[in-house]
Design a protein around this ligand. Sequence first.
Ligand code: HMG
Ligand code: MG
Length: 358
Amino acid sequence: NLPAHVKIVEVGPRDGLQNEKEIVPTSTKVQLIKMLVSSGLTVVEATSFVSPKWVPQLADAKDVMDAIRNIQGARFPVLTPNLKGFEAAVSAGANEVAIFASASESFSKSNINCSIEDSLARFRDVVSAAREISLPVRGYVSCVVGCPVEGIVPPSKVAYVAKQLFDMGCSEISLGDTIGVGTPGTVIPMLENVMNVVPIDNLAVHFHDTYGQALSNILTSLQVSSPRFPSVHSKLHFLLLDLSVGWVELVLDQVKVILVLSLGYFRFGSIQVQTVEFLLLNQMGISTVDSSVSGLGGCPYAKGASGNVATEDVVYMLNGLGIETNVDLEKLLLAGDFICKHLRRPPSSKTAVALSSK
Ligand code: HMG
Ligand code: MG
């Protein structure tokens, strides 16, 4: 019960580079974006329209957008923390933006210098401006399992912020384990809470790999099912003896489910009883995953946050599961190699290390 296709949102040029101390030249960022697109990635978060005093590495956002304007085959969302950023992004040709809230008060303050409620008010302005020109908006929730200052973040708080972003009009909500402390043990209850208020098709997951848990957390997210429609797999297994004559996908109370019509029979001695059964199957899993080429990343305002999960490792795992991504791993490895050479460090995805030692 895994999704047949996973959409990867490549965040390397933004989340991956934002924390790099040495300024990466615009031409290198643009070349990286081109290589990522040519590997088959269809969504590449290109940069941020944030204060250059806060994130100097991305001060060239406008120049990056100018240079990628004509690249075909991918969408290039950019981060916009307020109307000022939104307006600059639109003038630079952005056709998709992302706003970023936090489930932790302390992180909201250190990342965007305001409370969660104040940030939501700002984001409402951004979303309504975006709606006027039909621009899709992605909404991030940071610190979905833990905060560097507050420690454990309650799932109900994450669900609250996610619902606010969804209700104001975000088309996709990305749930970020900003400091990479989550395990399937904490990620599942968090996802279950969020899935109660935001449809699964509108959710994405964004894991950092601080404790080496990111791939486990992604696999868990692909398999998670809504607590409102408990899974009936064991029954389905039994019914494999029967004949499933049809199925239909439907959305019930914001949860996508599959209704299976099955015909069968059982016997009591010489009596044969025909059965007609409808099974409600929970459509499994989240099918949008954020990752960063070569595991680059870390948030300048989240002490202890290490890199994002590496896109190469995500693609390797999804290939192994038979899940389509349309990403060419060889070409992706070249993109990882390119940026790592520039940053003068060895490629850090496990896949690149394994293949280079062959
Ligand atoms: P502030 O200092 O409170 O803002 O910062 P302000 O409104 O008082 O303005 C201060 C100065 O910034 C003024 O300029 C404004 O014009 C300027 P000055 O008069 O001093 O010359 N300014 C801007 N300049 C460019 N673009 C803008 C902009 N807005 C104001 N959009 C602000 C508030 C939100 C601007 C600041 O805190 C900021 O830029 N924060 C961004 C931090 C950031 O990018 N963090 C990393 C991204 S989030 C993340 O990584 C998590 C995520 O990956 C998910 C996960 O991992 O969980 C998404
Ligand atoms: Mg991040």
